[in-house]
Write a protein that binds this ligand. Structure first.
Ligand code: DEZ
Ligand code: MG
Length: 302
């Protein structure tokens, strides 16, 4: 059973602040919708820092690199440092370099955007595809010969997805069983400022369909432990005194629970009250629920 927090009981928020030293924040649907801040996000992060809490940002959004995010945070007036930001693009690049020890003479075929390319570059991983204009075309694909130098296919959110990219990825995976199939994340939807849109999982799905059930992809982002491993490689924290704040049950909350962290769900993104108390409530139960990150301001009002 989740503890339902309400600003009519402000002291409960200060209790939460006293109980946890490390606060991991999801981004889309918690801090912002696209470039539109959620009310109270800046103040709450400021309160946490003033109370000497460690603040980390853990996002499945692979369209930006940590450096891109730093610029976005600066632009929105949120204090943040590059080593506090953990995106699925970064985690995927680290997974290739440090877990798979991806060979230097191989390349990754990328379906994704510039943020993903930046993180691969920063890990010394060579790649093709991605934002390459040759692939960003609406014309039908030409000949796609198998290419043994493609050692992996990596799929992330790509708002310029097309048949050529899907065909190249399919060919490299279908023609070479050794070619590693990775996804930054598989969120089905994306809470943008223009409303709910298809997520990275919807970009991945056509490939999974074409390749069939015996050729699954390894997803790196939340709820997978690969994301927590990337954080643990950079930060020591006590899981008992750490809380994950998110808007999505099957990524953020599941990630927190799997990592032995406390979990706080906000209702400003993907998850609605219906998902919690409707006719078929989710089996993923957060420790705490509150309407919005802004509610945490009540902590200093109490
Ligand atoms: O489709 C996606 O990639 C996700 O919807 C999006 O990126 C989620 O980002 P997060 O909520 O983890 O910040
Ligand atoms: Mg989110």
């Amino acid at each position: 059973m989740s503890v339902r927090l309400d600003t009519k009981a402000p002291e409960r928020y200060q209790e939460l602040l006293n109980k946890y030293d490390t606060w991991m924040f999801d981004c889309d649907g918690v801090l912002w919708h696209g470039d539109r801040l959620i009310d109270g996000a800046v103040e709450v992060l400021h309160i946490l820092r003033s109370q000497k809490k460690r603040v980390l940002f853990v996002t499945n959004n692979a369209t930006k690199s940590r450096r891109n995010y730093k610029k976005k945070f600066d632009g929105l007036g949120i204090e943040a440092h590059v080593d506090e930001v953990f995106g699925s693009a970064y985690a995927a690049a680290v997974y290739l370099s440090s877990v798979l020890n991806f060979p230097m003479d191989k390349r990754v075929y990328v379906i994704g955007m510039s943020g993903l390319e930046d993180e691969l570059r920063s890990e010394g991983i060579s790649f093709i595809g991605g934002t390459d204009p040759a692939d960003n075309t609406l014309s039908a694909p030409g000949e796609i010969p198998p290419d043994p130098s493609v050692g992996a296919v990596l799929v992330g959110l790509d708002t310029s997805i097309n048949y050529t990219k899907l065909s190249r990825a399919f060919r490299y995976l279908h023609s070479n069983p050794e070619c590693v199939f990775l996804a930054t994340n598989d969120d089905s939807t994306f809470p943008s400022e223009k409303g709910l849109l298809p997520g990275a999982g919807a970009i991945l799905a056509p490939l999974l369909t074409a390749l069939g059930p015996n050729r699954p992809a390894t997803a790196i982002g939340k709820p997978n432990s690969t994301m927590l491993d990337a954080i643990k490689a950079k930060h020591d924290f006590d899981p008992e005194r750490t809380i994950m704040v998110g808007d999505r049950l099957n990524t953020d909350i599941k990630f927190g629970k799997a990592g032995g962290l406390a979990t706080l769900l906000v209702l400003t993104g993907i998850t609605s009250e219906e998902n919690l108390t409707g006719p078929s409530p989710s089996t993923i139960v957060p420790d705490y629920v509150t309407a919005s990150i802004g509610d945490l301001r009540a902590a200093v009002a109490s």
